[in-house]
Unconditional design. Structure first.
Length: 433
């Protein structure tokens, strides 16, 4: 081999090596770009020593990953890359399903991916989205969209006929009527705005059908709640529906309703209603509200005397607290004090016998002591008349008001003098002037 020939061979080897180095640099650069695109930049390994490069190449070409490759991404901590891989997989499947496989880009930010996801849920495409399909020669995909629209239009026409909305001539799928009718057909309750729109379009028959369907669903739910599912009539015109509706708000059955239920052996409803009403009355008692006469009568008729006694106990305790006589121990249904305190609450005058009883009756109160060794002594008490303190003031206030009214009625000055006397005893002398 001559000297010139040797030089040529060496130059060729040098160029080949230089080309290989450039190829390696290109591959490394391509790997870096792919890592950035598929969110794998935190994986700092050469392309030659990892599976990642070949996985990213598959993703770039739209080729689905194997289960082993997906598992490798998870083990390596490349969760974002794996998420993109799942989106690529879904995109590729949608392209196949909607005849768009010739479109090369498989990255999830593709405009086509957004369009195909709309087609998957039969959502209407905008004019710009439809034109984009045509401009990209995705004619079969565009035809699928048109087929979906035709099916929707046919469904719209059927729904209009089914729910008596043919007075509305608009057949465009963009009409507000279409989603409203879909809601009715899907057994969803209409919103106030939807009902208002139907009223504006004078579609009263559609509203009536929707409301009857809503009431039928509500009736079924109420029958389940009140254990009346064996009752065959499911029409909201049924009297049972009216009874159950009232029960939701009043918690008490009328006599006619009870007779209706008994005749049809729907006694479970009566029991549930009674339990609800008892619970309401107990809550009322717990909040220290008084039961009215009709409520007490109901409790008596339904053999709940224990609740009546409980109500009186709560009321008596509240009155004793208010009038500072908590130490007086007695049962409300036998206590004269309870009767007297109720009169004072209603600002009724006491009988002479009531006053005499209060003067005679004492309640034990602790006696104050000041000795240094009082901790060693037994507690000492003294008797205090009930006719004192707040009871005394309440009594004299009622009497003072009574005599003032008598003075206004009769102009008898003795009444005015009596009123002044009671005001002083009630510790309100300013009323005497």
């Amino acid at each position: 081999m001559g000297e010139s020939q040797l030089e040529e061979t060496l130059e060729a080897i040098k160029q080949e090596q230089k080309h290989k180095v450039q190829e390696l640099r290109n591959l490394e650069f391509e790997f870096s770009k792919l890592k950035s695109k598929y969110k794998a930049t935190n994986y700092n390994v050469s392309w030659q020593s990892t599976h990642l490069y070949f996985i990213l190449l598959k993703l770039e070409s739209g080729t689905l990953l194997t289960d082993l490759e997906v598992q490798w991404l998870r083990r390596t901590g490349l969760y974002e890359t794996n998420q993109i891989a799942q989106e690529v997989k879904r995109f590729t499947q949608l392209k196949s399903q909607y005849k768009a496989s010739q479109y090369q880009d498989s990255y999830p930010d593709s405009f086509l991916y957004q369009i195909l996801k709309k087609l998957e849920v039969t959502e209407r495409l905008s004019d710009s989205e439809y034109n984009w399909l045509l401009n990209n020669q995705l004619l079969e995909t565009a035809e699928i969209f048109q087929q979906q629209e035709s099916e929707k239009e046919a469904q719209f026409a059927k729904l209009k006929d089914k729910y008596q909305a043919n007075l509305h001539s608009d057949l465009l799928l963009s009409s507000p009527l279409y989603p409203i009718l879909q809601n009715i057909d899907a057994k969803n309750d209409l919103s106030d705005s939807e009902i208002n729109w139907l009223e504006q379009q004078k579609l009263s028959e559609t509203i009536a059908i929707a409301q009857e369907l809503e009431q039928t669903r509500e009736f079924a739910a109420l029958k389940l709640k009140y254990k009346a599912t064996e009752y065959q009539d499911s029409s909201p015109k049924s009297h049972l529906y009216k009874i159950l509706k009232r029960l939701e708000f009043s918690n008490q059955l009328g006599e006619q309703d009870i007779n209706f239920l008994k005749k049809r052996k729907l006694t479970d409803i009566i029991e549930i209603a009674n339990e609800k009403y008892v619970s309401i009355l107990k809550s009322k008692i717990d909040s220290e509200e008084l039961l009215n006469e009709s409520e007490i009568e109901w409790l008596k008729n339904n053999r709940h005397e224990d609740i009546i006694i409980f109500a009186k106990q709560k009321h008596f305790a509240a009155l004793k607290s208010k009038y500072d006589v908590l130490r007086y121990q007695d049962k409300p249904h036998t206590s004269l004090l309870y009767t007297i305190l109720q009169k004072l609450e209603l600002k009724e005058r006491l009988e002479a016998t009531d006053v005499a009883w209060l003067q005679e009756t004492k309640v034990e109160v602790p006696l104050a002591t000041y000795s240094y060794d009082r901790w060693q002594q037994e507690p000492q008490h003294q008797g205090t008349k009930l006719f004192s303190g707040k009871i005394w003031i309440a009594y004299h206030t009622i009497e003072a008001n009574f005599y003032e009214q008598e003075f206004q009625r009769t102009d008898n000055k003795w009444n005015l003098a009596n009123a002044s006397s009671h005001w002083r005893k009630a510790d309100e002398p300013e009323h005497c002037n």
